[in-house]
Design a protein around this ligand. Structure first.
Ligand SMILES: CCCc1ccc(-c2ccc(S(=O)(=O)CCO)cc2)cc1[C@H]1C[C@H]1c1ccccn1
Length: 240
């Protein structure tokens, strides 16, 4: 869908988000703090406010054995799976199918007391990226979610406050072939996942409440989502 109205925005946002996701936390600048750790998962955030609202950028890195980047992006992107792993989701609608790898979603998330309920409208694009560092290594896969507008769903009309987000899930598959030339199994693969997000809560919500929500919800989300992918793929052929 190269001629689609969103195509040029998608191209530039995907390039920008992938470059950001590839930047190691050490080169992301000052002020990043590790706020959650669980096994291989490390979650960092930086406290930032826009118009007095907390819009803390988040960057998480995780390594999960037994799955590929294509599989992680497939289950993250696919609307048919989202209610299975997105615990804060109340309602999800696909407003537009721009192409098989580009959808427009409208989602309402469960209300988090005392903040008012939120909704979010975003395009979601999945893409395979050439592995620049290792030409004959497996490709990278990414899903980028970016807030957008839709004429039929203007913000802040109903009960929900519209939030604005930019999310990038960047996945790099690692293959450690078995010594004896045996066929590849899920024991020989793992996936390095980088999840970046910036969420503007849209309307006023106490920074302390938002930060408590993010601190609780983000680690839960990444753990639950990756466990879901492991469980969905364990008895299926490997999707590279
Ligand atoms: C006041 C802010 C409320 C709020 C708005 C939005 C989101 C949110 C939306 C989308 C995405 S995603 O990565 O694009 C996956 C598709 O759903 C992640 C997070 C989360 C929260 C809050 C509910 C909390 C939360 C935080 C982190 C993960 C899940 N839920």
């Amino acid at each position: 869908a190269c001629q689609h109205r969103l195509w040029s925005e998608i191209e530039s946002v995907v390039k920008q988000q992938v470059a950001w996701a590839r930047t190691g936390i050490g080169e992301c600048g000052v002020g990043w703090q590790l706020f959650a750790e669980d096994g291989e998962m490390r979650m960092y955030r930086r406290e930032e406010e826009v118009d007095g609202m907390a819009v803390d950028p988040l960057k998480a890195v995780h390594t999960v054995p037994g799955i590929t980047g294509h599989e992680v992006c497939h289950y993250f992107f696919g609307p048919q799976y989202r209610y299975d792993w997105e615990t804060t989701l109340e309602q999800m609608t696909v407003l537009e199918t721009i192409s098989e790898d580009t959808l427009v979603f409208l989602q309402t998330h469960k209300r988090i007391w005392p903040a008012s309920q939120r909704d979010v409208l975003f395009w979601s694009h999945m893409r395979k990226l050439p592995n620049e560092s290792d030409r004959d290594g497996p490709d990278l896969w990414t899903v980028v979610n970016n807030s957008t507008h839709h004429p039929d769903y203007p913000p802040n009309v109903g009960k929900c406050v519209r939030i604005y987000l930019k999310v990038c899930l960047l996945c790099q598959t690692r293959v450690d072939p078995p010594k004896d030339g045996a066929p590849l199994t899920r024991d020989n693969i793992s996936c390095k996942i980088t999840y970046c997000s910036v969420v503007n809560p849209g309307g006023w919500a106490p920074a302390s409440v938002l930060r408590a929500v993010y601190k609780r919800e983000y680690p839960k989300f990444l753990k639950r989502f990756t466990a879901y992918v492991v469980n969905q793929t364990k008895n299926k052929p490997i999707m590279f």
